[in-house]
Design a protein around this ligand. Structure first.
Ligand code: T46
Length: 135
């Protein structure tokens, strides 16, 4: 499946602990216009269930773990994120769902655009129609 990539970040560690720097144009291939984070997710909760028309995002589980399901209309892939030195880049038409949040999970997302509800496709049949029109 294209339109997604796992990016490994360099950990800058010393005897005080670890530090990871994310810099636009260096380990993030888009201009960062927005940052949001999801935390205190209740047990059993599933989120997402939408695709984006133009948004690019880099998702990093900075603490705990969570699983992304990516769906391009033809195949589905499960990606478990449990390491702050790895980011999931999602670009293009991909339906996403998130599940299995650990109690301590903090999911940080860097986004290429400001929040715009018009960029969301929240209906799966409409998403499939967009995929057909796109190919
Ligand atoms: C995505 C996945 C990974 C805002 O007002 N501003 C924002 O920047 C965001 C992201 C959300 N909101 C509002 C919209 C909703 O009323 O916050 C509420 C929760 O958003 P949503 O239901 O879209 O959350 P998720 O977890 O289903 O999806 C989020 C992002 O919205 C989405 O872009 O790819 O995380």
């Amino acid at each position: 499946m294209s339109n997604y990539k796992l990016i490994d970040f360099k950990t800058l560690g010393d005897d005080r602990g670890s530090l990871i720097a994310i810099e636009e144009g260096y380990n993030t291939p888009f201009e960062i216009k927005r940052v949001y984070y999801i935390f205190d997710t209740q047990k059993g909760v599933e989120r997402g269930f939408h695709a984006h028309i133009g948004l690019k995002q880099l998702a990093i589980v900075v603490k705990g773990c969570s699983t992304f399901i990516l769906d391009n209309g033809k195949e589905r892939k499960e990606i478990k994120l449990n390491n702050p030195n790895q980011g999931l880049l999602i670009e293009g038409l991909i339906w996403r769902e998130m599940k299995d949040f650990s109690e301590d999970c903090v999911l940080l997302v860097l986004a290429s655009e400001h929040y715009d509800e018009k960029d969301y496709i929240r209906d799966y049949d409409k998403f499939l129609e967009e995929v057909r029109n796109d190919s």
